[in-house]
Ligand binder design. Structure first.
Ligand code: PAF
Length: 288
């Protein structure tokens, strides 16, 4: 496994691969890798000749400086895991390499970037759009891999690819969960044991919403059902609970349901903020 710190050297290496007809897959990460990341790597290994994993804690996507400071990092462990999984190349630049100057270009994803995470983390998707397009320009991958846990991020990146004509296939990978349902996230490392147990209720709440949805309940019924379950866990403070139409990625208002719906939530627990979602496909759309 080769590790690059400089974009220019990585470019040179990848140009060689491309000249040899090798396909290149990219798995962008912020490190602190868990099984969810490793599934992205495994999928990438299957579909491409060369797998590149980037590890970079991107400061421009953090609206909260404490969140950035506390973001878990363990590069040695990450490199060991990547080596064991069979990753070919790691790109691990420092902030100066990625941002030699404070960026002036802005990414505004309109309504898509203003709801859910965008509403509660102003500037977040500007930072994500910025770093992901930088990585796309440096690596020029054939495919790039992202987890469905960050569902809105996935929608934003698909839009980035369409709007900017990137010739890259975006592959979304289903959320990987602990046995108790807790979605894997690097932020879980900051949870106490008690918080971890209560956090598993997030998935249970989404499943309760799914039952309502499958019984032709409205978006409002679904959100109420999710809220009712979350309320039982005293440490959980929901920031938002919304149903999203997966085709338009718009929030479903009150009485709506659509064929493909995602139930999305963000929950604060102690000093940690977790997001999760459940995609419920192919319902018969109707109105109450
Ligand atoms: O999902 C993440 O880990 C980050 O948002 C990403 C896509 C690596 C960009 O920094």
């Amino acid at each position: 496994m080769e590790v690059f710190k400089e974009a220019q050297l990585l470019r040179k290496r990848l140009t060689k691969h491309r000249n040899n007809g090798h396909s290149v897959g990219l798995v962008p990460t912020m490190g602190s890798l868990h099984k969810g990341h490793l599934q992205l790597i495994e999928k990438c290994l299957k579909q491409n000749k060369v797998t590149v994993c980037s590890i970079f804690v991107n400061p421009t996507q953090f609206s909260n400086p404490t969140d950035l400071k506390k973001y878990p990092q363990n590069i040695d462990k990450d490199l060991t895991l990547l080596e064991l999984t069979g990753c070919d190349i790691v790109f691990n630049p420092d902030v100066k390499e990625m941002y030699p100057q404070p960026p002036v270009v802005q990414f505004d994803f309109g309504q898509l970037g203003n709801i859910l995470e965008g509403k509660f983390r102003p500037g977040h998707f500007n930072g994500v759009g910025f770093i992901v397009s930088k990585l796309f320009n440096i690596v020029v991958p054939d495919r790039a891999y992202f987890g469905e846990k960050d569902l809105q991020q996935l929608a934003i990146i698909r839009r980035l690819v369409t709007d900017m004509n990137y010739n890259i296939e975006i592959v979304g990978i289903p959320t990987v969960r602990e046995q108790n349902g807790l979605a894997l996230s690097s932020r879980n490392k900051r949870l106490t044991d008690k918080e971890k147990i209560q956090s598993s209720i997030i998935y249970k709440s989404l499943k309760a919403g799914e039952v309502i949805l499958r019984n032709q309940g409205s978006a409002r019924d679904v959100c109420n059902a999710v809220a009712a379950v979350l309320k039982k866990a005293t440490l959980l403070n929901p920031e938002y609970i919304e149903c999203i139409d997966m085709d338009s990625f718009k929030i479903l208002v009150k009485d709506d349901i659509t064929e493909n719906t995602a139930i999305c939530t963000a929950v604060k627990i102690g000093k940690v903020r977790l997001i999760d979602n459940l995609i419920v496909r192919k319902l018969r759309p109707s109105r109450k």
